[in-house]
Design a protein around this ligand. Sequence first.
Ligand code: FAD
Length: 304
Amino acid sequence: MTEFAIPAPDGQRVLPSPKISFEFFPPKTEEMERNLWDTINRLAPLAPNFVSVTYGAGGSTRERTHSTIARILGETQLVPAAHLTCVGASRGEIDEIVDRYHEVGVRHIVALRGDPATGIGTPYVAHPDGYQTSPELIAGIKKRHPDIEVSVSAYPEKHPEARDFDADIDTLKAKVDAGASRAITQVFFDNDLYLRYLDRVRARGIDIPVVPGIMPMHNFKQARNFVTRAGTTVPKWLDEKFEGLDDDAETRKLVAATVAAGQVQKLAKHGVDTFHFYTMNRADLVFAIAHLLGIRPKGAAKAA
Ligand code: FAD
């Protein structure tokens, strides 16, 4: 068991120096771009392990993901990770994207199959000349550039398309065998689901880090729709916490911070020392939660 050093308000103890990473999405407009950069500048001093930038459904943000990653590389000391999916592109096109990333200095890709181009819930049809599965994509990346670190997805509630947990974890094993060295989970709210999933993964002989994906719910209604479509269960207790707050953004924010802080502190109590935050391009809640985990801006003094 890991040592816990910093007393939390509820008497739990959190790890002395957990490791964190942040996920952003590429901005669509100039205003969103400014907002993203305010967020990046606020979070950068927390010295995350890496920051990742998503790849829009169907490859729709190919150029925007690339330019966001290039700007992070050019203007910050952060280590960027580019998300990439197999959707809607031939192997040749994907290889070109990977080569371009490598050329500008990217050494971390989050490799995914991606959602069906026709929408979540419809059958997935791979591009005829494309990478057919995520393990194929990972193998393709590692073959071209063995120095690129590959992270992948993991599903504590299993992926909605997977026949069962065994089939889902077989896919995770295939991704590891193809060269993945870290998994990041889909968002979840019930820590027991994650801990049980981790037991299953370890029992299958998979020993890479399986980093919990944490989403502070800034806009509960919107986020609820989004995560439910992706197969995440929203427990009744969570709905109840946000009940009656649709028109009260200020209280919602405090509740969202409390819920997510409670979740990470409980995970820390179970020895989890690495967290990936789905930031939704907003800094405030993530900054506060990181603070509660004992993380301080680099250079800032930490209270004894
Ligand atoms: P995989 O891990 O390859 O497969 C997931 C499960 O589905 C496995 O159990 C597999 O066996 C099963 N499966 C796959 N194909 C089939 C099939 N044809 N028939 C039956 N079972 C099948 N999406 C984006 O578009 N852009 C992103 O940037 C992005 N980032 C993500 C980051 C993280 C950390 C996570 C968790 C998800 C992300 N997604 C992203 C969503 C992801 O693309 C979808 O969940 C997609 O449906 C599956 O891709 P995958 O790589 O997770 O699938």
